[in-house]
Ligand binder design. Sequence first.
Ligand code: SAH
Length: 344
Amino acid sequence: MSGTAPERLDRFMARANAAYYAGRDPFADFVTAPEISQMFGEILGAWVAIAWQGMGRPDPFILAEAGPGRGTLMADMTRLLARVAPDCHEAARVHLVETSPRLREVQRAALAGRTAQPVAWHDRIEALPDGPMILLANEFLDALPIRQFVRTGAGWSERFVDGVGFVALPAEDLPEAPFDRPVPEGEILECCPEALAVARRLAARFARSPGTALFIDYGYDGALWGDTLQALRDGQPAWPLADPGLADLTAHVDFAAFARAAAGAACHGSVTQGALLAGLGLFARAEQLARNRPPVEAHAIRDAAQRLAAPDRMGRLFKALAITSPGLPAPPGFAVEPAGGDAR
Ligand code: SAH
């Protein structure tokens, strides 16, 4: 787009992803954990029931999900709750944070008849009503727009999108996010201001009323740097700056920065997705489902469990971080070794 002014990367990414989620079926391009197996939602449904107990069984409470995609996770969780924790199911008021009108309709269909009360939708997490809340978000933070700063001899410059390429210009401002890393000259440091704002708002909210939030995403937990912006188009890696709206743009989540921004709340983890799901009984559930099934189906169930939890598949790159009101018990599955600062 010669002739137009360069656009700051986060503004480009916000515009591109809004168009992408409004117009495309993201699930043609990538497969997420809840779409791999119903076991993911069932395990997290049990997690919700235990977290609800730990919060003193508030009735009603807000059961919220940010970026619910096809609604599969919430559908699997509420089905499990109705079966094994009917009190929790009755008390839950389901609130979904979703900007895409098209996906809202998909979610409405997925949840029809599954909730005790009608489902409500919101554009932003801060629009959720007050009150005790359990919030989940799987692959939500990775879709939020990032800024990229380039270390120069003189300080920092920032990446702008110019046509289909990048240009580094003097940074308009430096977010307070951690610029304390020893980043070599020429290297990139990312910052996701919207994700940090979510962490800050939840921490403030959880100081006022009981709350528990679980974020699962792929990312890193340590003082790392580097360019993690990526695009998937038609299921294939693509150049992120080409054809905004036709590819899914994501970046790895900086869990350490997110936890720091949630100061005031209690943070648990991050732990790896594999450790969390295994600790919550994923493999026992897989064996239960596989029992008495034909060998091909039993194999598919066990393979789905491996895909979700094995370190060389989604088990290590994906991480989980929980935030709770101070004083609440640690949520289930978080009494395991932290994920630590392993490489991207
Ligand atoms: N959690 C789902 C979907 C992940 S895709 C799953 O695991 O399958 C990302 C989801 O976040 C989509 O539903 C997308 O429409 C939504 N989303 C992306 N950016 C958003 C934003 N800024 N605010 C609210 N929802 C957003």
